[in-house]
Design a protein around this ligand. Structure first.
Ligand code: AMP
Length: 216
């Protein structure tokens, strides 16, 4: 049995065409079912639904053989024990710094002010501001980061931006682009040895179906 860990939403939906290329279809709709283990048309392959931030943990400890997870999650988790063969180029977005439209970020940085930064990505944010030599107090949040500058909790946020619509709707502006993000295939290293052939077939099918850069 091969177990693939996915999170609901964009990662699940954008992984389906890749699975289809491997001749695998998930037989249940995760939005309509409460099941956490989904069967597929291949009796030897199943999908487990986990929180996005738990995908690397499941794969690292062998709760799943393979997983699809954002580079943001992977970098924040640390890459221990995970083989990372493919950039799937799905769920593409960027990790950025954003502030209220009326906040003068450039001057605050130039003057060496200490910035309060709210984010789910404490590790990535710490590294980014340290490299820039900007002093920050980091505030860990688990969601709705956009609210932090609007309520005075923080001067800035570090969050994922895709279309920019969420920032715009909350009168925030993107002031730094930290890195481009996309989803990666990760594989448990023991599974890679013990289930070599079935995993190789899935990896090759995924690779053949990765969206081309031009199509994005
Ligand atoms: P957008 O309004 O399209 O810029 O999307 C921004 C919102 O969607 C923010 O709340 C982000 O945290 C979230 N988001 C955007 N892209 C992704 C992604 N690839 N994975 C997870 N969350 C995302």
């Amino acid at each position: 049995m091969i177990t693939l860990a996915l999170s609901k939403g964009r990662i699940f939906e954008e992984t389906m065409p890749l699975l289809a290329a491997a001749g695998i279809e998930v037989t249940e709709d995760p939005e309509k079912s409460r099941k956490l283990i989904l069967a597929t048309t291949n009796p030897d392959v199943r999908v487990v639904l986990v929180r996005a931030s738990d995908v690397p943990t499941y794969v690292q400890y062998g709760g799943a053989d393979l997983g699809v997870t954002g580079l943001d999650v992977l970098l924040e988790h640390g890459n221990q024990g995970l083989y990372q063969p493919l950039d799937l180029r799905i769920a593409a977005c960027r990790l950025s710094v954003a502030v209220r439209a009326d906040y003068d970020y450039a001057t605050a940085v130039r003057q060496g002010s200490r910035l309060k930064v709210a984010t789910k990505y404490v590790g990535l944010a710490r590294d980014f501001f340290a490299t820039k030599g900007v002093h920050v107090d980091l505030i860990k949040l688990y969601g709705s980061m956009e609210l932090a500058p609007l309520t005075g909790l923080a001067d800035a946020i570090v969050d994922l931006v895709s279309t920019g619509n969420t920032l715009k709707a909350n009168h925030l502006v993107e002031v730094e682009r930290i890195m481009d993000i996309s989803a990666r295939l990760v594989i448990n290293q023991a599974a890679l040895k013990l289930k070599r052939e079935p995993i190789r077939r899935i990896v090759e099918a995924f690779e053949s179906a990765i969206p081309s850069v031009a199509a994005q």
